[in-house]
Design a protein around this ligand. Structure first.
Ligand code: AP5
Ligand code: MG
Length: 212
């Protein structure tokens, strides 16, 4: 009898850990989206989907590689007709019992709506959007520091200024889309990586309990 009770508790914990969730990590270039998404994915039941990483990999593509390389170097958004399909393909290829943490996706309203449609078709939804807030000044500082070693063609002053401008004008406005649905959580991105990680984990854990 006692054993059964013990296993019931254990199963309950496992159920929480295995809950399928879809999370978006949002924020300007340099906010720490990649850093935090990786940490969360390592410790949870989520696939890390970085549209930036997928785009960088596509630079090797025979058909589209040259164009993608150009957009990345300029810091321009890859057209929706291309990036939406790249992301969908990744989701389809990684569909299992896990959810996703979307890093850098969506970046405009068209992508956000398409993601919702695709999720609905797959009988799932976006559960949580975490907005990592960081000033442009701090973001620029972090990216230029990383640029010394990253080898990323977009980690330079001119391109980063353009990336920040595109974020402000095209990406940040879609936060309202999620705010209205009450699934948006704001996180101060200017603290240490550890402090931010701790806060994000707390938010996810609260969300997990809510949707139980
Ligand atoms: P993407 O790769 O997504 O780049 P980004 O959004 O510009 O952001 P970064 O990757 O530079 O920053 P991050 O927020 O991930 O921060 P990180 O953790 O690295 O996109 C690149 C390009 O791909 C786009 O410009 C576009 O062309 C294309 N693309 C991608 N998605 C697209 C989409 N959806 N639609 C169309 N086109 C798309 O941290 C930055 C640095 O700071 C690191 O060195 C890190 O170590 C450090 N750091 C992190 N956290 C902290 C902290 N708390 N304190 C101090 N330092 C920290
Ligand atoms: Mg990143």
């Amino acid at each position: 009898m006692r054993d059964n009770h013990f296993y019931a508790i254990l199963n309950e914990e496992l159920k929480l850990d295995n809950k399928k969730m879809n999370i978006i990590i949002f924020g300007p270039p340099g906010a720490g989206k990649g850093t935090q998404a990786k940490l969360i994915a390592e410790n949870s039941n989520l696939h890390h989907l970085s549209s930036g990483e997928l785009s960088r990999q596509m630079q090797k593509d025979k058909q589209m590689g040259e164009k993608i390389k150009h957009w990345l170097e300029k810091g321009q958004l890859i057209p929706n007709s291309i990036i939406i399909n790249i992301v969908k393909k990744y989701i389809i290829n990684n569909q299992d019992e896990k959810g996703f943490i979307f890093d850098g996706y969506p970046r405009n309203l068209g992508q956000a709506k398409e993601l919702d449609k695709f999720a609905k078709k797959n009988k799932t939804k976006i559960d949580l959007v975490i907005n990592l807030k960081l000033s442009e000044e701090e973001a620029l500082k972090r990216i230029l520091k990383r640029g010394k070693i990253s080898g990323r063609s977009d980690d330079n002053l001119k391109t980063t200024k353009n990336r920040l401008h595109i974020y402000k004008t095209r990406t940040e406005p879609i936060l309202d889309y999620y705010r209205k649905r009450k699934i948006l959580k704001e996180v101060d991105g200017k603290r240490t990586i550890k402090q931010i990680e701790k806060e994000i984990k707390k938010i996810i854990s609260q969300e997990t309990k809510k949707t139980d």
